[in-house]
Design a protein around this ligand. Structure first.
Ligand code: SF4
Length: 345
């Protein structure tokens, strides 16, 4: 049986999602965010491959020649100014696998590995918008798996410096493993695999991964049938149902949007599903002030501060940030909804 970090992580996020994607082999749902992330990842990989193949440290002309989105280009140009590739021994986008036991193979694709005498530096490019904390990186199974895979590609190496490079944010976090750590890594991987192989129920566990799950439409969490909450379990089951419903809502909208763009709104029993135009107008600030003044109104009573812009400049100006803290008015309020947080279980 073959396992990868992605497979193990899918099980961790939700055992039923593992069943849907790896046992039933339903194609994984794609989201615009996932597609944008893949584009950035592919561009970085292509650029690094080009540099390594041609012995270059940087090549902005190559980036300009790529037919990529403005977002990917901007990220790649920033990447190019902060990442140089001196001459060395590199592996880029290296697919590799090793046996963990007689019947279990562990495989993965290493974004970049660079041999430096007895050390190997392994880099994994991350394209999402949040960084992991140092503790999260130290506990990250993916980094452990890459250290293990790389150890068989560079049998003379003693130390494996694993880096997560958050390319959108210009942040890198790292963890180092020594060759003697590898036995424990193998044991941990085998423990996790054993847990999967012994799991006969593969229950749904709604959470952050529902958005990407291929099994939303028939997820058992959607059919609790609970009409009144009489216990904590009821409340938890309904919270699970709401998480999956929200994810399914997004999935249905993604299907209907292109259709209704082409064909117009769909009328159903007094409701219209599709695009609706809402009319709004804006004014240039000076024009608005002039007209209000001319009509005898105080223009300053109708102008709102650009708090987003002010926050941006305060992020670069500590004195301003301190002054703003003194005069800020706390408008905090609560709103019912779902957001990331709490235990991952
Ligand atoms: S929709 Fe969510 S809870 Fe249901 S199987 Fe998929 S990931 Fe699990």
């Amino acid at each position: 049986m073959r396992y990868s970090y992605t497979k193990l992580h899918t099980y961790e996020s939700c055992p039923r999602r593992y069943q849907v994607e790896y046992v039933e082999k339903r194609p994984q749902a794609s989201t615009p965010e996932a597609r944008r992330g893949s584009e950035v990842h592919d561009c970085v990989a292509e650029y690094v491959k080009h540099l390594v193949a041609n012995g270059l440290q940087t090549d902005l002309d190559f980036i300009r020649s790529l037919g990529i989105s403005a977002e990917a280009r901007e990220i790649l140009e920033t990447f190019a100014t902060s990442h140089m590739f001196p001459e060395g021994t590199y592996l880029v986008e290296k697919k590799h696998e090793i046996p963990l036991s007689d019947s279990i193979i562990f495989s993965g694709v290493i974004d970049l590995a660079e041999s430096r005498d007895l050390d190997v530096v392994i880099t994994d490019y991350k394209t999402f918008w949040r960084t992991l904390s140092q503790v999260e990186v130290e506990n990250n199974l993916q980094m452990k798996g890459y250290a293990l895979l790389t150890s068989s590609l560079f049998p003379e190496a003693d130390r494996f410096l694993c880096e997560m490079d958050f390319v959108r944010l210009g942040v890198t976090r790292s963890v180092t493993y020594n060759r003697e750590d590898l036995t424990e890594i193998v044991s941990e991987l085998l423990r996790r695999i054993e847990q999967i192989e012994n799991d006969e129920t593969l229950e749904a566990r709604p959470g952050g991964s529902c958005d990407w799950c291929a099994g939303k439409r028939d997820c058992p969490a959607l059919t609790t049938g609970i009409e009144a909450i009489s216990s904590r379990e009821d409340a938890e089951a309904l919270a699970d149902e709401l998480i999956v419903l929200k994810a399914r809502d997004k999935e249905i909208q993604a299907l209907l949007k292109p259709y209704t763009t082409r064909e117009g709104p769909i009328a159903r029993n007094g409701m219209l599903v599709g695009y609706h135009t809402s009319h709004s107008a804006s004014y240039k600030t000076l024009d608005l002030m002039a007209v209000l003044e001319e009509r005898g109104y105080d223009p300053f009573a109708y102008l709102r501060p650009d708090t987003t812009g002010v926050k941006k400049i305060a992020g670069k100006d500590e004195a301003l940030a301190a002054d703003l803290a003194e005069i800020s008015i706390d408008n905090s309020s609560s709103k019912f909804g779902i957001r990331k947080g709490g235990d991952a279980s």
